[in-house]
Design a protein around this ligand. Structure first.
Ligand SMILES: [Zn+2]
Ligand SMILES: [Zn+2]
Length: 374
């Protein structure tokens, strides 16, 4: 049966050969090779990348999920397993997650006969694009799951620390764009043009009024403009302008509301200034929502395997594609300490591998508890 040293080796190999979202071909092959070397069944599903493996027998099943993709970041950490794929790095620790779920799969395989049900191990592609969970859920392979369990390593938590909360735990992550088409002219003859930069200025103010003026003091949301552009010299009135940014919300109602406000601001300003404004709203992952009962189970199991458990008082404003599962199936997503000086998505992100000592115990204990109840 594989041991901690094997988990570390797996993680290092994944780290050395990272692949971007939706092109995790070698990673998928490597996962398959490892699983098959332990005689673990890989389901035959129409997936380009990623896979679902299975151990156990019987009707009921629970699922454990890891993501498998890396980021377009040039690694700045030097170790013997530094990324060999220039400009691509496992800077979100999905290498750690894969090693964890492989450990769970192989250890459960060793006690397969005793399992009172099945466990599906989800190796999900394209988490960083916010839709990879749908590649898996679209296959129907998770339909009927009693529970879906997942985690993210968390650099600001120490090794041995665990954080969770019931209900919403991460925000939805959406992107908006405004494309303003005015009319260019000589800078000295504004009456002959229709200046999109004036509209741009109004637009920035109006967007910023949504959270400050339309939401109650007791509601929370983030609306950030990340990019504006227009014009390219000093003596010409530009003919177009562009604005894009992100919206983070914690419930569907506010999400819908902010999307509607952005669209009506675009429409109103277009009318007021006689320009053409195209407002585009991209819905990326929704908020991850933890099932109440499973959250209590998670806390109990975490304590049982020796974690120092912290109950979060508010959700994080980061997005997580695990929402693709939590929207459809009873789920619980937790954060486990990986103690890195640099944050997730940083070129110097360097998690402490000792996280791999206990994570498999958490999932295995949890899975057995769920399969053995009632
Ligand atoms: Zn990430
Ligand atoms: Zn991640």
């Amino acid at each position: 049966m594989p041991q901690y040293e094997d988990y570390v080796n797996w993680r290092r190999t994944f780290h050395q050969f990272p692949e971007l979202s939706d092109v995790e071909y070698e990673t998928t092959k490597r996962l398959k090779r490892i699983l098959e070397s332990y005689d673990i069944k890989v389901l035959d599903l129409p997936l380009e990348t990623g896979l679902v493996a299975e151990v156990g027998q019987g009707e009921q099943f629970v699922a454990v999920r890891t993501d498998i993709d890396a980021l377009p970041i040039d690694e700045q950490v030097i170790h013997e397993f530094t990324s060999t794929n220039k400009g691509v790095m496992h800077a979100c620790g999905h290498d750690i997650h894969m090693a964890s779920v492989l450990a769970v799969a192989t250890r459960l395989k060793a006690i397969e006969d005793q399992l009172n049900g099945r466990v599906r191990l989800i190796f999900q592609p394209a988490e960083e694009l916010g839709y990879g969970a749908f590649h898996i859920t679209d296959t129907g392979a998770i339909d009927g799951a009693k529970a879906v369990l997942g985690y993210h390593n968390y650099p600001t938590l120490d090794i041995g620390h665990f954080a969770v909360k019931p209900g919403v735990i991460t925000s939805s992550v959406d992107r908006f764009e405004f494309k303003i088409k005015g009319k260019g002219a000589h800078a000295a003859k504004p009456e002959q043009g229709n200046d999109p930069i004036i509209v741009l200025g109004q637009l920035i103010n109006s967007i910023q009024s949504i959270v400050s003026r339309n939401l109650s003091a007791f509601d929370s949301a983030v609306v950030t403009i990340g990019e504006v552009s227009s014009g390219n010299t000093w003596n010409v009135i530009a003919d177009q302008a562009y604005v894009q940014g992100t919206v983070r919300t914690f419930d569907a109602e506010k999400r819908d509301y902010i999307e509607a406000r952005l669209k009506s601001i675009g429409k109103g300003l277009a009318e007021a200034f006689g320009v053409d404004i195209e407002t585009i709203y991209h819905r990326l992952p929704g908020a991850v929502e933890n099932d109440e009962k499973l959250t209590n189970d998670a806390i109990e199991v975490a304590k049982q395997v020796g974690y120092n458990v912290e109950i979060m008082d508010k959700p994080l404003t980061i997005g997580e594609d695990f929402s693709g599962f939590s929207q459809k199936y009873p789920s619980v997503f937790v954060f486990i300490g990986s103690n890195s000086e640099y944050d997730l998505h940083h070129p110097k992100y360097d998690p402490d591998e000792r996280i791999l000592e206990k994570v498999p115990d958490y999932f295995i204990t949890f899975v057995l508890k769920l399969l053995n109840e009632n």
